[in-house]
Design a protein around this ligand. Sequence first.
Ligand SMILES: Nc1ncnc2c1ncn2[C@@H]1O[C@H](COP(=O)(O)OP(=O)(O)OP(=O)(O)O)[C@@H](O)[C@H]1O
Ligand SMILES: [Mg+2]
Length: 291
Amino acid sequence: MIQAEHLSKTYVLRERNGLFRRKSRREVPAVKDISLTLPPGKIVGVLGVNGAGKTTTIRMLASLISPTSGSLTIDGMDAVKHHLQVKQQVNVISGGERNLYWRLTARENLRYFGNLYGLSGRALEDRIHRLLALVGLTEVQDTPVERYSKGMKQRLQIARGLINDPRYLFLDEPTLGLDILIAKDIRALILRLARERNKGIRLTTHYIQEAEELCDFLYVLEKGTVIAQGTKEQLRSLFQRPPKLVMQEPDLEEILMEILRQRAGGTAETDRAAGSAAPGVSPEEKTGGGL
Ligand SMILES: Nc1ncnc2c1ncn2[C@@H]1O[C@H](COP(=O)(O)OP(=O)(O)OP(=O)(O)O)[C@@H](O)[C@H]1O
Ligand SMILES: [Mg+2]
């Protein structure tokens, strides 16, 4: 289980104003006092508008950047102190085409990233073989990545993210820009990784249907803080439209829009229901159930 308590991250920017002026120091509080959990075998979604702090949270949970304050444990181990060990247990998969070497083939890419995790020889080759089959790239494994379509590159990203057989996976918009068929394949794969391989998966996405289909539990971020959390059903209880106007159950997109709209209005009722992190109260206590 990954457990984050009161995590905050403030980026410090040093900017020069004009040629001869001294650099000024500016602080950007990207994440403020976030507490969240990620159990093995579950898919936990994080939703929020651009700049809400989703990627910053992922980068802290994956030990890519250190938090400014707060604590983070992974299976009981202090992840801030032991960030090198943590890197063996986690991996990040982002949407987009970064992190791959285009001149290399799929197999060469995976070999390179496997070496970075200290893997080599037969064990690594076997794992590469299995991963290429899992993401359906066996036939093009010896083709340079520059000749791949976007969907093929994204599937290779997923294989890359699994090369160290992580227990926890952080997916940052994994189906960004993919067509509906490939996105569907990738969603099915994500579900299998959680259900069959018991991986704890934290998913950030702007595709609400994707969150609706995959997530066991959801956090909604706004300006770096958690403004709502719960299962889809629990979030639905925050939906305050009069029942007679509701023709059918609201879908997650409507629920999210309602939560953000209510925040803009800022009613006390909503603030209480959304449960903006009361210190010492676990998500389970706040939402009455949790995962
Ligand atoms: N390296 C950085 N240096 C300074 N500020 C940053 C840095 N990375 C992010 N920020 C700022 O932190 C805030 C949160 O950004 P973050 O990338 O975490 O948001 P996000 O929810 O992932 O957004 P998006 O949906 O656009 O991907 C934003 O105000 C952003 O400008
Ligand atoms: Mg982001």
